[in-house]
Ligand binder design. Structure first.
Ligand code: LLP
Length: 425
């Protein structure tokens, strides 16, 4: 996090709190979240899109405190399940600033969204139009957007590229299914089509794919106006803005992104004779990723087969990203200073799979040993939200650090939690 500072004896503080102190008080593995950095990142987005809407994508990380901070900073929320939605609303998040996504929304998702009164629902398929309309009470109208596949390839891994025609989300512009669905939504009296949506993918550091998306969607807005005489007032470009996981990696430059998108949108609309629609973006990772640190204790150090394996007390259950996407992290030793030369080690987890590797070729001091504390930066997004209880290892707690104070936001999952869910023979 931006607030991190290192002392010569190896201590690192985040949000004014020593990480060794967090480890001692709350145990490891643990996720540490710098509240100030989350808030700063929210503010930077608000400042970059002053006349648009910024919706935090809750899938990156969600808890009640997070929803509260995002609300206080004036962002809206993008949710993709009744679970995320309920948690936000019980925190007091205004439902009209929430948007619901999902390629396969369950009846519970739709019923919850309508009961709580979410501001927008993004329709992802033609079949969903009638299904959603059936949930809307007679006389009411639900505001909806339609998710468009613009035919643009972008994103850090195939598993998160959602702008191309060969994947499950949205409706294709190229084969006419988007145009067909627009006509169907416009016929539906209980739905009010307010705009178009697209989400290209995740961990994108170039503005170019976003500019292509703007051009294609403005083209579609113009076609909707020609064919239906309807001017759609909103355009949602999704999220996907990259952060640097290791020093030297490319991150999305927010100021450039905002300036170029808004310029492209203004030009495109002027050329098509359209009013400029209200712009929405849905960042998840870029709000919370760099604000998080994962803490682990080393449990074992083993030299075998020409490698040094440094095994920690967590692993693929609290961070599946290296195993899923081959993402590379930069763990570092904290809490003590070593004068030993660094050696390249493999940092592995405690799970029963050889693929449970958190990071390879990590330079750690040659005297790295059990009991040492490791910190993994940029652990705020898609860690806890994708964590599992594999091997019945409980999910780590989330500790917020802010202005020199540490407080528990989400407690560690315990053996009692496992026992209680399992209702017996
Ligand atoms: N909007 C929509 C419709 C999305 O599907 C997503 C992410 C976002 C916004 C936020 O994207 P972000 O700004 O966080 O990149 N588990 C993967 C990432 C999956 C992203 C899924 N959708 C990972 O760990 O890299």
């Amino acid at each position: 996090p931006a607030s991190a500072s290192s002392a010569p004896h190896g201590e690192v503080t985040v949000g004014g709190v020593a990480l060794t102190e967090v480890a001692e008080r709350f145990g490891t593995p643990a996720y540490v979240l710098d509240e100030g950095e989350v808030r700063d990142r929210c503010r930077a987005y608000r400042a970059a899109f002053p006349d648009g809407d910024v919706l935090y994508a809750a899938k990156a990380f969600m808890c009640r405190a997070m929803a509260h901070w995002v609300d206080e900073e004036g962002l809206g929320l993008d949710v993709c399940s009744a679970g995320e939605l309920e948690l936000a609303v019980v925190t007091g998040f205004p439902p009209e600033r929430i948007l619901l996504h999902g390629n396969a929304k369950s009846p519970e998702d739709l019923a919850t969204a309508l009961r709580l009164g979410v501001g927008r629902i993004v329709i992802d398929s033609t079949g969903e139009i009638a299904r959603l309309a059936a949930h809307v009470p007679p006389g009411d109208r639900q505001k909806v957007l339609l998710r468009i596949v613009p035919g643009i390839a972008a994103g850090h891994h195939n598993a998160v590229r959602t702008g191309t025609d060969d994947q499950k989300f949205g409706l294709s512009l190229a084969d006419g299914s988007a145009q067909h669905a627009i006509a169907r939504v416009l016929e539906q009296p209980r739905l009010e089509l307010v705009g178009l949506h697209c989400h290209l993918g995740s961990q994108i550091s170039s503005v170019k794919p976003y500019l292509s998306a703007v051009r294609r969607l403005v083209g579609l807005l113009a076609a909707v106006r020609r064919q239906h005489g309807v001017t759609l007032p909103e355009l949602d470009l999704g999220g996907g803005h990259a952060v640097a996981y290791r020093p030297g990696e490319a991150a999305m430059d927010l100021t450039t992104l905002s300036a170029r998108i808004r310029a492209e949108l203004a030009e495109g609309c002027a050329a098509a004779g359209l009013p400029v629609p209200r712009l929405t973006v849905e960042p998840g990772r870029a709000i919370v990723g760099p604000a998080g640190v994962a803490l682990y204790h080393v449990l074992s150090v083993k030299r075998t087969g020409g490698q040094t394996f440094v095994a920690v007390d967590g692993g693929m259950s609290d961070n599946p990203r290296p195993a899923l996407y081959g993402v590379r992290y930069a763990p570092r030793l904290i809490g003590r200073h070593s004068t030993e030369e660094p050696v390249l080690v493999t940092v592995v987890g405690r799970h029963c799979e050889a693929g449970d590797i958190l990071a390879s070729a990590v330079p750690l001091p040659a005297d790295v040993r059990p009991g040492d504390l490791l910190a993994v930066p940029v652990a705020g997004a898609y860690h806890l939200s994708m964590a599992s209880t594999y091997n019945l290892v409980g999910r780590p707690p989330v500790v917020a650090v802010h202005e020199g104070r540490a407080r528990l936001l989400v407690r560690r999952e315990s053996l009692a939690d496992f026992r209680n869910r399992d209702i017996g023979l």
